[in-house]
Design a protein around this ligand. Structure first.
Ligand code: BES
Ligand code: ZN
Length: 888
């Protein structure tokens, strides 16, 4: 292989230096500038000579002019940190290529060519975990969104689809298992203890779906027979010591495959489905065609090491990545602005799957809780963007709760408006019409319009506009009807001062409080700024139950009497509406209390209404315990922050925390006997009883209230639960409560937990998180000490998140009035940025809340953002998030 002349770097040439964007002003990419690529790359052949420190990559591209574009006499192939060894065109070495920044420009004169490029990379030095990297002695890849260019030069964009043939070769001892996308077509032995495998993926795909894994792995395997009778070999690949914890993942995969056939008519399209678990991973998991790569956190689960919630997360993520095979892989995105096309739709699909597996009501509440805790703050802050963004500097920053969770809600609204059957006709048409293409959100909307028979012209505003709409509700009675007056307001967001009204579907019913009658539900669609709806009355004292099932991702602003909320919480026939009424009761009280708006008399009154509502929750025999456990949770401090920071009012996290703790204490005190009999009943339920899950959830909730009202008793109960636990759910719940208490048993049990699970990275992550989340008064010092503990490493994203993401979500520690919490997160960003910018940038948004917080803390937060912004050589990722957070 001939070594080419070293690439020219324009930054070395003073005359050209201006042409390349400096790292401090990375270019803005705009959706409206989309242009198709002038070349097609129908086929690519890759050869990997694998080594942990040095991997050689030879790539052969078959290219042909794209007839739909203006002919170009060069091809631009993106690269990132590659060492270029040689370039050949049509079999002949050439040196007429040039570099444009990191990208390779090759002149091409005819209609079609073969380009061969050799590069070398060092996977062991890849701390970004993008491209090909080493993890625990194995080699693996992560290419979405723009990681393939860190492996070889390529048009690394989702609208260039190619079929891949890959040959990989390496030490048989180091890498006994060699995996890639598609099917294995050949394998054999090489010289000097090497072996090789050749893989072929028949489905054309964009480069971001490429994957390769080489390492010492074992599989839990099972066959799945598809609806048309084909057999698919499914493998969950892990390190040998983890094999015993893979059954749940394999079963979840089989359930997902079956569900997608039954619910969306989608069948799997290869004979092989591989999932590999890796311990160093920036995200949760990745849907590479036929070879998903997963964070171990979303694969490994057994009752001794994983909680019920962990089991649910594994099932949900396995389903999500599997569902991408159709919504993402068979139909991919034209450009990254269309990300919600695959992610929003796939999140909806995984949510519907989990609803079917575990029960609709509780899953819906969980999903709304996530939306409110993660997406509402984003939509109300400096990083607000539409589900289909208009511009970005670094696409990794747009894998957001808005694109994912609001994106799912937007499609869920289409489903609510069309009905489940018509919606299915819409998705059938979408899958049929765009199979094999790189599509846009617009294509999806049109297919749903055509297939489901909806007119979505105004609905498209949901794709264009950022900001959570607020709906103001008023009503009056006129004879036999209730006149419901609704008004929508969409707040201004960065770059979008003016908004257009959007269609907002709301499932609504009018009940009667005095004769306890439940009205019939109907779907109304608010599409104007202000609109009045006539609804039938069910009797006197009407109570409006609106946005039932949470049909629209909006904030409903209604001023219901306490008595009405208590009625809805106890009697509504929609379980989401019951939950919502209880939340509203608590939010209204806590926000007013934290804002100092309540007299002592009003406080007593407010607390007693909540206590009565809680009493009925604790004692209602008709309630299932998983739902009871859900209803027992007070609104989170993050959500209260949102509710408090409205209009001119700023949030005061200190006051929110104090009031919420005080309410917990009052409930714990006033309902002590109800709580304890509930605990005793639940304690009798065995682990594998079908009612066990609900019982475990309720038990830990009881401990939470006890901790606030009677810490000594709570310490005793929690220690007891910890000691006799035969599963991680009980153990972790007890330890979580102990972590917030200033009792000697806290130290003992933390130590016992650590010793029991030494060496189990995922459980040690929990040990970190529990302490970082704790309400202990010394939490900041404890987190500092944990960072010095020998088990801490900044190189492992799970460990970094376990400690610092948890801490950034700890309202007490992060918002400590001294500003030490803010400084700690800023320090993490600066330490992590040079190593792993994608993960570093994810820590910026907690600091971005500064505008909506009381002035003392706001100044401290802003100062930390400015300190980061002043640092030279920030990554594109962190630069973009910090500058947006400061500009807003
Ligand atoms: N395609 C993504 C993974 C991804 C995200 C790759 C960002 C590159 C950058 C995958 O399908 C995904 O969405 N994973 C989620 C979990 C899912 C259940 C929402 C994740 O990794 O958090
Ligand atoms: Zn996804």
């Amino acid at each position: 292989m001939d070594i080419a002349t070293p690439p020219t770097n324009p930054n070395d040439n003073p005359e050209l230096a201006d042409a390349a964007p400096t790292p401090h002003d990375p270019p803005v990419i705009r959706r409206e500038d989309y242009k198709p690529f002038p070349w097609l790359v129908p086929e690519i052949e890759l050869h990997f000579d694998l080594g942990l420190e040095a991997t050689r990559v030879v790539s052969k591209l078959t290219v042909a002019r794209n007839a739909k574009t203006k002919p170009q006499d060069t091809i631009k192939l993106e690269g990132d940190g590659l060492e270029l060894l040689s370039v050949k065109v049509d079999g002949e070495p050439v040196n007429n290529w040039s570099m444009e920044g990191d990208d390779l420009i090759v002149p091409l004169s005819s209609e079609a060519h073969e380009i061969e490029i050799a590069t070398e990379i060092d996977p062991s030095a890849n701390t970004q975990l993008m491209g090909l990297y080493a993890s625990n002695g194995m080699l693996c890849t992560q290419c979405e969104a723009e990681g393939f260019r860190r492996i070889t030069f390529f048009p690394d964009r989702p609208d260039v689809l190619s079929t891949y043939r890959v040959r990989m070769e390496g030490s048989k001892q180091q890498f006994p298992i060699l995996l890639c996308n598609g099917n294995k077509v050949a394998e054999g032995e090489g010289d000097n203890g090497t072996h090789w495998a050749e893989w072929h993926d028949p489905w054309p795909k964009p480069s971001y779906l490429f994957a390769l894994v080489a390492g010492d792995l074992v599989a839990n395997s099972g066959l799945f027979t598809t609806m048309s009778g084909r057999e698919v070999e499914c493998n969950i690949w892990v390190r040998k010591e983890d094999l015993a914890r893979t059954d749940h993942a394999l079963e979840s995969l089989h359930r997902s495959m079956k569900w997608d056939e039954e619910t969306f008519g989608r069948e799997y399209d290869l004979d092989l489905y591989n999932i590999v678990a890796v311990s160093d991973f920036n995200m949760g998991a990745m849907e590479n065609k036929g070879l998903n790569v997963f964070n171990t956190k979303y694969v490994l689960a057994d009752p001794d090491t994983a909680t019920d919630a962990d089991f649910d997360a594994v099932e949900g993520v396995i389903a999500h990545e599997y569902f991408h095979n159709w919504s993402g892989n068979r139909i991919t995105c034209r450009d990254w602005f269309q990300l919600s096309l695959k992610e929003g739709f796939t999140v909806l699909r995984d949510q519907l799957f989990s609803q079917d597996m575990r029960g609709e009501a509780v899953k819906r509440i969980e999903d709304v809780r996530i939306l409110r805790a993660a997406q509402f703050p984003e939509d109300a802050g400096p990083l607000a963007h539409p589900i289909r963004p208009d511009s970005y500097r670094e696409i990794s920053n747009f894998y957001t709760a808005t694109v994912y969770n609001k994106g799912a809600e937007v499609i869920r609204m289409m489903r609510a408006m069309s009905g489940v059957e018509r919606f299915r006709e819409g998705t059938d048409l979408y899958f049929d019409r765009h199979d094999g293409e790189a599509a846009t959100c617009e294509d999806f909307i049109t297919a749903i319009e055509d297939g489901a028979g909806l007119d979505l012209s105004q609905f498209r505003n949901w794709y264009r506009q950022a900001g959570t709409p607020t709906i103001s509700v008023r009503h009056e009675v006129e004879g036999e009807t209730l006149k419901l007056h609704l008004k929508q307001d969409i707040p201004a967001t960065p770059g979008q001062p003016e908004k257009q009204p959007m269609p907002i579907p709301l499932r609504t019913a009018v009940h009667s409080r005095s004769n306890q009658a439940l009205g019939e539900e109907q779907l109304i669609v608010l599409s104007e700024d202000e609109q009045t709806f006539d609804l039938p009355l069910a009797g006197p004292d009407p109570v409006v139950s609106i946005n039932r099932g949470y049909t629209a991702p909006v904030i409903v602003n209604r001023t219901l009497d306490r008595a009405d909320l208590v009625f809805l919480a106890a009697r509504d026939d929609d379980s989401f509406a019951r939950y919502e009424a209880l939340q509203e009761l608590a939010v209204a009280y806590l926000v007013e209390a934290a804002s100092g708006e309540l007299t002592e008399g009003e406080r007593v009154e407010g607390r007693s209404a909540i206590t009565e509502a809680f009493r009925s929750i604790l004692t209602d025999d008709a309630l299932d315990d998983t739902m009871r456990g859900e209803l027992m949770m007070l609104p989170s401090e993050t959500y209260l922050f949102e509710a408090m920071a409205t209009g001119e009012r700023k949030a005061d996290p200190g006051a929110i925390h104090a009031e919420r703790e005080a309410l917990k204490a009052a409930l714990g005190r006033d309902l002590a006997s109800e709580f304890h009999s509930l605990y005793d009943r639940c304690e009798e339920v065995a682990f594998d009883d079908p009612a066990g899950r609900g019982a475990r959830k309720v038990k830990t909730q009881v401990l939470v209230y006890a901790a606030a009202s009677d810490p000594a008793k709570a310490a005793e109960l929690a220690a007891h639960q910890f000691d006799k636990a035969d599963n991680m759910t009980d153990r972790q719940g007890a330890l979580m409560v102990l972590c917030g208490l200033d009792a000697p048993v806290r130290t003992d049990k933390l130590k016992a937990f650590y010793e029991r699970y030494t060496g189990n990275a995922l459980v040690i992550d929990k040990w970190y998180t529990l302490q970082a989340l704790s309400l202990h008064p010394d939490v900041i010092a404890q987190v500092e000490a944990l960072a010095d503990h020998p088990d801490f490493t900044i190189k492992n994203p799970n460990r970094v998140r376990a400690l610092y993401m948890a801490f950034a979500g700890n309202p007490l520690g992060f918002h400590d009035a001294s500003g030490r919490g803010y400084k700690m997160i800023a320090d993490v960003i600066l330490a992590l940025d040079p190593l792993n910018p994608q993960t570093a940038a994810r820590f910026v948004s907690p600091l971005g809340k500064w505008r909506r917080i009381e002035p003392g803390r706001a100044a401290l937060m802003k100062a930390e953002l400015e300190r980061i912004a002043a640092v030279d050589g920030l990554s594109r990722d962190t630069f973009e998030q910090v500058s947006r957070s400061l500009d807003g």
